[in-house]
Design a protein around this ligand. Structure first.
Ligand code: SAH
Length: 356
């Protein structure tokens, strides 16, 4: 490793911040040796806060109906080949009941921006779930809504909200989204969610079309400053019915490198080894954990809809029952010396950060 890379690595580990130029330099000049060093450091830092525990989140994909037309996404509004579905509150309750039985203590309700899920419907559902499972956290991942809507959902009992910022570079954001969507609104939503007291998750795809070392460096700077409670990063995977069908997928190598950096620059962050990582490599999720991640998100959706929630091609775990997904992941984690725990898995302070 060159002296430059070594000294940057040291500063990252000790100081937990670098400039945008330095992050970009790091990404452009990374070597397998540097990646290994950062992974070791990230695992050690994570170990100090979370031990060998891996948190599980039961992902319930409530709808693939979406008013948005994000250029990379398989369920974009203009995709006529997508068979649309939405789950009723009753079906969502059944998924949660099965999840609870399997040991899940966080339910993630994720979906497209589907107007069927009004504040009234969601608030009633959240209240019911919280009443029935007071020891569980409810995470929402339903895209951009108004401040009033986020407020009502929070008051109904939602604990966390995942809204990937997608990219911290405005021009890059605009190249991935239609004109109706705005970078400013996405960022404004994240601020509102924080202000309302949610545990907030941001994140981005690795290898999205047009991404550069510099846009990634801006993502890292944003994470360093925003200090999200959760951060979802996973490889971009092309979907055949989108304009990006022919683009290459992101790599495991770069995703794992970035996972390590994110752990080091914000140690308490809840960091999933995503399903997309498992999709591009058979041991992708294990590699993610060994690079500093500490969360996995197995699927709890009814098997009948899993293939339809196709954000990208070849998604794994679309034919299995929820119990199989959980068992498979438990075995995978155990094989690398980690343990899936039955726990809400809230963010922990590491003693050095005021806010986490
Ligand atoms: N509608 C919600 C949930 C989006 S789906 C929202 O707007 O937040 C969750 C994430 O999947 C997205 O934020 C995006 O980063 C990711 N995603 C979408 N298409 C993808 C693709 N082709 N490859 C990899 N990840 C993708």
């Amino acid at each position: 490793m060159t002296a430059d890379l070594s000294s940057l690595a040291n500063r990252l580990v000790k100081g937990r911040e670098l400039s945008i130029e330095e992050y970009a330099f790091f990404i452009e000049n990374r070597t397998p040796e540097l990646a290994q060093e950062l992974a070791w450091q990230a695992v050690e830092v994570r170990q100090g806060i979370y031990g060998k525990d891996v948190y599980v989140r039961g992902l319930i994909e409530i709808s693939n109906i979406c008013k948005n037309d994000c250029l990379y996404c398989g369920i974009r509004a203009s995709n006529k080949n997508c068979q649309r579905y939405r789950l009723t509150p009753e079906e969502i309750r059944e998924c949660a009941a099965e999840g609870y039985r399997l040991g899940f203590r966080t339910f993630v309700l994720q979906g497209g921006e589907d107007a069927y899920y009004t504040d009234a419907l969601l608030c009633a559902l959240i209240r019911e779930l919280k009443e029935k499972y007071p020891d569980c956290a409810i995470t929402l991942s339903l895209g951009e809504r108004s401040y009033e809507s986020y407020k009502a959902l929070k008051e109904a009992g939602a604990d966390r909200y995942l809204l990937r910022h997608e990219t911290a570079d405005k021009a890059h954001y605009e190249s991935l989204h239609p004109v109706e969507m705005s970078f400013e609104n996405r960022m404004e939503c994240l601020k509102s969610l924080r202000e309302l007291g949610y545990q907030v998750g941001c994140g981005f795809m690795v290898g999205s079309p047009g991404q550069t070392a510099r846009t990634l460096a801006k993502d890292l700077k944003f994470i360093e400053e925003f200090k999200p409670d959760m951060c979802g990063i996973g490889p971009f995977v092309p979907h055949a019915d989108t304009v990006f069908a022919k683009e290459p997928a992101g790599t495991v190598e770069l995703t794992c490198f970035l996972l390590s950096i994110i752990r080091l620059l914000h140690p308490p962050v809840l960091l999933p080894a995503t399903t997309a990582l498992g999709t591009i490599h058979p041991e992708g999720r294990e590699m993610g954990i060994l690079s500093g991640a500490n969360v996995v998100m197995p699927n709890l959706s009814p098997v009948s809809v899993r293939k339809k929630y196709a954000l990208y091609d070849n998604k794994i775990c679309t034919g299995e029952e929820s119990a199989q997904c959980k068992d498979c992941l438990s075995a995978r984690m155990r094989s690398i010396g980690y343990e899936i725990v039955t726990d809400r898995g809230d963010v922990k302070k590491d003693g050095r950060h005021g806010r986490v």
